[in-house]
Design a binder for this molecule. Structure first.
Ligand SMILES: *[C@@H]1O[C@H](CO)[C@@H](O)[C@H](O)[C@H]1NC(C)=O
Length: 307
């Protein structure tokens, strides 16, 4: 302890010598804004859709997946797919209350995801311009997420187009938790680039990891400006893969602090505000993987919660 004393003293002496005109103040940081109760409750249906995405397709087809399906009465799932293993489950359907087409993507085992995303060899690569027409050449994303999205992308787009035509809806939202959140982001971007401009396309994710680089985040923000990514308490998945590997989140962070308390964080990957994810979980060792599962305003998301 004593060895620090000269260092600390030295620091204050240096500060004294340097005292003079004050340096200009840094630009004001926009503070995280508390979410109102109605903004928080507006997230709940999407939490339930993301939860339902973990359930067996046969339960989704009959909209009989337990609490998640019960919370969203009247939803009609018209396409299901995936095997829950090499290809994550997904479903597409029509939500009559909001006259919206919903696309939901399943996540994966959080411990497996953590192992994959903290691997320093994590790879980024370009997106396929057949699925992402007009994507700038310099955009790169995690190749595992890219390849997972590509599997069912065309089939999902075709079903979304059919539902838009038959229901008269002009709104599409993609949702997902964990890996499913990453796929939901790519799914929204791919559809935004292929659906007519008068169809609104947005996305809400829960506990999603970083998907791509700075160019990806910028391009995504320009196309999906009302994106929301909801992070829970000390979940570590939203801070991987690390920024030091060149990964950047788009804007839209909502950080749940405790039941009934959440903030909307300014900017793409807010590293300045103590209430946002990066300051809350500065490294994976300070995170808590159990917070990845929830509770998201009282709702847990994952394979055990399909009842
Ligand atoms: C990436 O490409 C876009 C579109 O072509 C361009 O606007 C942007 O400046 C590029 N970024 C870099 C870092 O070159």
């Amino acid at each position: 302890m004593l060895t620090f004393v000269p260092i600390i003293l030295g620091y204050f002496m240096l500060a004294a010598v340097r005292a003079g005109p004050l340096p200009p103040l840094p630009p004001p940081q926009r503070r995280a804004a508390a979410l109102a109760a109605n903004q928080l409750s507006s997230l709940v249906p999407f939490t339930q859709f993301a939860r339902a995405a973990y359930c067996e397709p046969k339960k989704i087809e009959g909209w009989n997946c337990g609490q998640a399906c019960d919370a969203l009465p009247g939803f009609e799932a018209t396409l299901t797919g995936g095997d829950g293993d090499a290809e994550q489950f997904f479903f597409v359907g029509h939500w009559p209350q909001e006259n919206t087409v919903v696309v939901a993507h399943q996540g994966t085992d959080p411990l497996k995801l953590q192992a994959v995303l903290t691997d320093l060899e994590v790879l980024r690569g370009p997106l396929d311009s057949a699925l992402f027409p007009g994507i700038p050449d310099n955009v790169s994303v995690h190749t595992g997420f890219r390849d997972q999205h590509a599997i069912a992308s065309k089939q999902i787009l075709t079903e979304v187009q059919r539902l838009l035509a038959t229901t008269g809806s002009s709104k599409v939202i993609t949702v997902g938790h964990s890996l499913g959140g990453a796929v939901a982001m790519l799914s929204a971007l791919s559809m935004r680039l292929q659906l007519p401009a008068d169809v609104s396309v947005t996305s809400t994710t829960f506990g999603a990891p970083r998907v791509g680089d700075q160019e990806f985040a910028n391009f995504f923000d320009s196309k999906i400006p009302d994106f929301r990514r909801v992070n829970n308490e000390k979940d570590l998945v939203p801070i991987i893969p690390g920024r030091f590997l060149g990964f950047v989140h788009p804007q839209g962070e909502i950080h749940l602090l405790s039941k009934g308390r959440a903030v909307a964080c300014a900017g793409q990957d807010n590293a300045n505000d103590a209430q946002c994810q990066i300051e809350t979980v500065p490294n994976v060792l300070e995170g808590n993987i159990l917070n990845h599962l929830g509770p998201y305003e009282g709702v847990f998301i994952g394979t055990p919660f399909c009842n």
